[in-house]
Design a protein around this ligand. Structure first.
Ligand code: C2E
Ligand code: C2E
Ligand code: C2E
Length: 91
């Protein structure tokens, strides 16, 4: 840690997420729905999530955070700037 600039925001595209087949996106769809429910934030087209949530999702998907990040960007559900957030972390 100790970086001068803050890491970029992690922003999920919720509309796009609904178009990804649930055999792949199911865990992420449930995770995002849980966050929406906990926040009472139901009307957004996007959802900002915590840096820690990406680490948790990597455990759920049994992948490294950087590999998962590329997969989510490839699906079009995560903003490409999120790559820089993963570079900030020591894996
Ligand atoms: P909590 O973590 O104890 O957070 C309590 C409240 O502090 C949140 O209520 C929110 O108003 C504020 N808060 C905490 N961290 C942040 C932050 O990084 N940014 C902003 N803008 N506010 C923050 P809220 O939103 O009603 O969430 C209630 C509970 O739902 C949270 O309790 C947490 O347990 C869970 N939650 C909500 N969103 C997330 C999330 O993105 N990831 C995770 N892991 N849990 C979440
Ligand atoms: P931003 O972070 O670039 O977000 C742009 C817009 O994306 C937001 O406009 C909102 O419509 C949507 N958005 C982003 N994250 C979420 C989310 O988790 N849930 C939902 N429902 N929508 C989301 P909005 O609300 O008018 O906010 C404008 C700007 O105000 C934001 O730009 C951000 O810079 C600031 N802002 C809003 N809420 C927070 C917050 O909780 N924490 C911080 N630090 N800034 C916030
Ligand atoms: P944000 O609201 O702009 O918060 C940016 C960063 O400030 C957060 O990054 C976190 O490191 C710190 N932060 C803000 N509020 C709190 C707080 O109440 N407690 C603590 N311990 N740290 C806080 P992070 O965690 O990566 O979250 C990124 C974005 O995800 C937040 O941007 C916010 O838009 C959203 N978010 C995360 N957790 C919550 C939550 O519990 N409730 C809501 N409504 N939004 C959240």
């Amino acid at each position: 840690n100790g970086a001068a600039e803050p890491p970029p925001r992690l922003v999920l595209d919720l509309e796009r997420l609904q178009t990804v087949p649930s055999d792949q996106a199911g865990p992420l769809q449930r995770y995002a729905a849980t966050i929406q429910s906990q926040r009472g934030d139901y009307n957004g087209k996007v959802l900002s999530i915590r840096q820690d949530d990406l680490r948790t999702l990597a455990v759920i998907y049994d992948q490294s955070p950087s590999v998962l990040t590329e997969q989510l960007i490839g699906w079009g559900v995560l903003n490409p700037e999120a790559r820089r957030a993963v570079e900030h972390q020591t894996n």
